[in-house]
Ligand binder design. Structure first.
Ligand code: ATR
Length: 270
């Protein structure tokens, strides 16, 4: 039996176990997926220990996505984003560290037939999720602008990705950039605690926009409801969660993921 897992704090309510286990079942794979909360001061030992006891793969979530970086061999994407959410063991050298959050953003748009290359994109938020979304869109060829409440954080992010031509501003810049954008991503936590708040003023949304909200609880955030009302295409946060999991599943097992079964398991619990 292959054992996969998720390390983070907290992970108790994670939707990854049912999503991945639905995938194993649909593909008749003898595998289990468990959640673990390692001691934050012992991440090196946690990764090395998982490797030593034959764990097949680990997902990594908050607050460890950056902490695991020195203990893995990151892919160029993991290195560029500065965070890893998927580790594969069993190779010759150090465990490999991937960032499938980036793939999750790209595949969520692909699944909705939203083109990225050559489009104009705005990302709101410059934390971990903002970094992954900004990198995903800019690397896939979108002209990308990142807006954040704390301007310095957006500027630092744009600086890190200057090779990809990312620009930055404060939230006030949304008024100027969203009306001309094709793609909008919310990568802040706004809308999670208070379902009647949105990080983007409703009056700048328009029908030529595709809007992805990384928040998936609630699923229909105020931003997505406003986007619907404006006639925009909406992509809820469960798609991003699904496709980062699909990408991890495929990397680990070498098998095409049963996307519909994993999606159903996820949405059943939202
Ligand atoms: P994550 O790793 O999930 O992205 P994070 O690093 O804590 O989490 O980042 C949270 C993001 O939500 C940041 O962009 C944060 O803006 P600041 O950098 O200014 O803190 C944004 N955010 C959180 N609460 C917000 C609010 N009430 N209004 C606007 N932005 C908010």
């Amino acid at each position: 039996m292959d054992v996969y897992g998720l390390i983070g704090r907290p992970v108790e309510h994670s939707l990854s176990p049912p999503m991945h286990e639905a995938g194993y079942e649909a593909r008749s794979l003898d595998a289990r997926y468990v959640t673990l909360e390692p001691d934050p001061d012992r991440i090196n030992e946690a990764v090395a220990g998982a490797d030593a006891i034959g764990v097949a793969g680990l997902n990594v979530t908050v607050p460890f996505k950056r902490d695991v970086l020195p203990h893995v061999d990151p892919t160029p994407t993991g290195e560029a984003v500065g965070a890893v959410n998927t580790i594969t063991f069993g190779g010759d050298g150090a465990p490999e560290g991937h960032n499938t959050d980036v793939e999750g953003v790209v595949r969520a748009f692909e699944h909705h037939d939203v083109a990225i290359e050559g489009q104009s994109a705005v990302v709101v938020g410059a934390g971990g999720a903002g970094r992954a979304a900004t990198y995903a869109l800019a690397d896939a060829g979108a002209d990308t602008f990142v807006a954040n409440r704390t301007l310095e954080r957006a500027e630092a992010l744009a600086d890190d990705f200057s090779g990809l031509g990312v620009d930055a501003g404060g939230l006030a810049a949304l008024e100027e950039h969203v009306p001309d954008a094709d793609i909008l991503v919310n990568a802040t936590s706004v809308g999670m605690d208070d379902p009647d708040t949105s990080p983007v003023p409703a009056d700048v949304l328009h029908e030529d926009l595709a809007v992805l909200d990384a928040v998936y609880s609630p699923l229909r955030t105020k931003l997505l409801r406003d986007a619907d009302a404006a006639g925009a295409e909406t992509v809820d946060g469960a798609w991003m969660l699904l496709f980062q999991g699909v990408a991890a599943f495929e990397r680990w097992t070498g098998v095409d993921a049963p996307v519909a079964a994993m999606n159903e398991a996820l949405r059943d619990r939202l």
